[in-house]
Design a protein around this ligand. Structure first.
Ligand code: TMP
Length: 213
């Protein structure tokens, strides 16, 4: 039986990591077999690539190298972790996935979207999410939240505001183009309202596998 792949996407400071973790715990509490993972990362190879991508010393990294490294980390995660877990009927919750490459390296950096889609297909072997939550937030509000969160300020966080605006608009365009897969949630709401919206859409969109099955 094939399980379910749920992804969380959004601009910086949208709270998607917190929400993805919370949903993992919630579903686990209901008896589901859940794997929470993140991109870039989730495997030793992926975490090493993440460190490379986030380091300020690599400020001159080209957009193509960036895209290839994100996809390399993704390929490792899909083949070694996500596919085996789905094959056993589990629910995988991933904090960022292929859409991040379209939003950041496509809309943000200006690389060709069709080329990136091909690259994503190569990296994932065509594995697409069953459901994707876009936690949408004003870019300045998100970056402010991130600054005060105490999380590391990465090479990508440090890019100009116009870059982050293009990323947000890119996400909105991706969600509008594929409404059957995406759910857009206003992430400026209080946490409880975001959680309620996530559960509401989850119940309406997915017939999750039987807990423990
Ligand atoms: P975060 O998940 O902690 O936000 O860090 C990941 C950073 O990498 C974030 O700035 C978004 C960026 N990113 C891309 O630019 N492209 C990608 O394909 C992925 C997965 C992340």
């Amino acid at each position: 039986m094939r399980g379910f792949l749920i992804t969380f996407e959004g601009p910086e400071g949208s709270g998607k990591t917190t929400m993805a973790r919370w949903l993992s715990g919630f579903l686990q509490g209901k008896g589901y077999r859940v794997l929470f993972t993140r991109e870039p990362g989730g495997t030793p190879v992926g975490e090493a690539i993440r460190a490379l991508l986030h380091a300020h010393e690599h400020a001159d990294m080209t957009a193509r190298v960036e895209a290839l490294l994100f996809c390399a980390a993704r390929a490792q995660l899909v083949e070694r972790v996500i596919r085996p877990f789905l094959a056993e009927g589990g629910v995988v919750i991933c904090d960022r996935y292929a859409d991040s490459t379209l939003a950041y390296q496509g809309y943000g950096r200006g690389l060709d979207l069709e080329e990136l889609r091909r690259l994503n297909r190569f990296a994932t072997g065509g594995l697409e999410p069953d459901l994707t939550f876009l936690l949408d937030i004003d870019v300045e509000l998100g970056l402010t939240r991130r600054r005060i969160s105490g999380d590391a300020w990465t090479r990508l966080d440090a890019l100009e505001l116009s870059f982050h605006r293009r990323v947000r608009e890119g996400y909105q365009a991706l969600a509008a183009a594929e409404p059957a897969r995406w759910v857009v949630i206003d992430a400026s709401q209080p946490i409880e309202a975001v959680q309620t919206a996530i559960l509401h859409h989850l119940q309406h969109r997915l017939s999750l596998p039987v807990p423990g099955g």
